[in-house]
Design a protein around this ligand. Structure first.
Ligand code: ATP
Ligand code: MG
Length: 416
């Protein structure tokens, strides 16, 4: 008989195919974790993970090596291809001995679903479901998700965070994403155990922090004590007013992790930002972007210049992505609507494909060589001068107009 929750679940055809094949072969198998949580919350799951009593070798035998990717055989995970999708199938397991504060020293395969659910981090993530069988929810995850609206550790929170420091970040991430409050004992243990964050690699910290900063309004899930560990030198706990202003900007921004990270790093300026970005090991492109945002963190609208002109100058200097981010950041930090006007002007310029960079200029280096300019730095200087004429709207971006101007410019100016 179908249980009342069953109607929340709409596994995709490939997911059902894998589950059915395992069950038809006599193995217990369930959808588990994020897909169960998201289905109960009324959201479409990103992926359908399966847990099963079948051992990895049995999964490989059942589906055949052709359809399987041995993702993490020692940990019991095989990825199976079905109906064009990929599904992680993980053997029921328990974990033990977290000597490094991050990974289990060993995992043991077991036959018991409940033991597998007990090793999972939060009650909302420790549920399993299978069609016809209904929900397995030994820790009250459904009520925590839908009734109490809390993130609660499975078991003793202090122990669970000591086992794996990453769970501390996952706590805030899931809280922010689902807009759940934190179970007080779990929240206390996370703060008290925050030194365990030192066991998490910089890459994982940045991954998790980026996910946290992508939540709708994450400020309520960013305690100063934790952020001071993630971004050493931030000094959030010692400067409550400054940090509160950062958090207001974070929430006022769209869910863009780079702009929001910049809003935090602005608290201590460009040097601090550079050190933090290096320590977080974000990609070079991300680091450069955030660094630029912090460096322009004092950008102010100039009431004496029309917004279109200002926007065009800034587009020429920063490019579209950086400028629009920067304007959103400054708007969030200051509440000044003049930044919205600049953003609207920048969008209008982009929509009309107005020339704001050398790539769009109607003349190229080749034109300058044809005018007799010698190859070398003079070419770049002249192109930049021509671009400036266009950006300042003293000349239209037309080849004839620019060539004429360059000709006169060359005649009146001594180029070395
Ligand atoms: P998302 O939508 O972000 O992928 P998710 O719940 O699927 O959310 P995953 O990181 O994909 O999260 O992990 C899948 C499941 O594995 C979790 O739901 C949880 O049950 C378990 N899990 C993942 N990481 C940990 C961890 N560090 N400690 C304990 N259990 C974990
Ligand atoms: Mg997942």
């Amino acid at each position: 008989m179908a249980a009342p929750q069953d109607m929340c679940f709409a596994p995709d055809p490939g997911a059902l195919e894998v589950l059915d094949a395992l069950r038809a072969a006599g193995y217990r198998a369930y959808f588990v974790g994020g897909c169960v949580r998201d289905s109960l919350a009324g959201r479409t799951p990103a992926d359908w993970d399966i847990c099963t009593a079948a051992r990895p070798g049995q999964v490989l035998d059942l589906f055949g090596a052709q359809r399987c990717i041995p993702t993490g055989l020692q940990h019991g995970t095989v990825t199976v291809r079905a109906a064009g999708g990929l599904y992680e199938v993980t053997t029921f397991r328990v974990e033990g001995g977290y000597a490094d504060g991050r990974h289990p020293d060993h995992v043991d395969f077991v036959d018991d679903l409940q033991a597998d659910l007990a090793r999972r981090d939060f009650t909302i993530n420790a549920m399993a479901w299978a069609p016809g069988e209904g929900l397995a929810d030994p820790f009250g995850g459904q009520a925590d998700l839908l009734v109490h609206r809390v993130v609660r550790a499975v078991g003793d929170p202090a122990r669970r965070f000591a086992e794996d420091g990453l769970r501390i970040l996952r706590l805030y991430r899931f809280g922010a994403r689902e807009q759940l409050s934190l179970d007080p004992a779990t929240a206390r243990a996370a703060i008290d155990g925050r030194a365990r964050l030192g066991c998490v690699s910089a890459e994982r910290i940045w991954q998790e922090l980026a996910k946290l900063l992508s939540a709708p309004r994450p400020a309520g899930w960013m305690p100063a004590e934790i952020m001071d560990v993630l971004l050493p030198g931030l000094g959030a706990a010692a400067d409550p007013a400054g940090y509160a202003a950062c958090l207001r900007a974070v929430d006022a921004l769209p869910p863009d992790p780079l702009a929001r990270l910049a809003a935090l790093l602005c608290l201590r300026g460009a040097g601090f930002a550079g050190r933090s970005l290096a320590a977080l090991r974000c990609s070079n492109a991300e680091a450069k972007q955030v660094q630029t945002l912090v460096e322009y963190g004092a950008l102010a609208p100039d009431g004496t210049v029309p917004p279109r002109r200002q926007a065009r100058r800034l587009l020429a200097r920063l490019g579209p992505d950086t400028l629009l981010r920067l304007l959103a950041l400054r708007r969030a930090q200051t509440g000044d609507t003049a930044f919205d006007e600049l953003a609207a002007a920048a969008r209008a310029l982009l929509a009309e494909n107005a020339c704001c960079g050398l790539g769009q200029l109607a003349v190229t280096g080749r034109d300058l060589l044809a005018l007799g300019v010698k190859p070398g730095p003079a070419v770049g200087r002249l192109l930049a001068a021509a671009l400036e004429q266009v950006v300042e709207e003293r000349l239209p971006n037309r080849r004839d107009a620019l060539l004429g101007w360059l000709q006169t410019h060359l005649n009146t100016q001594e180029e070395p």
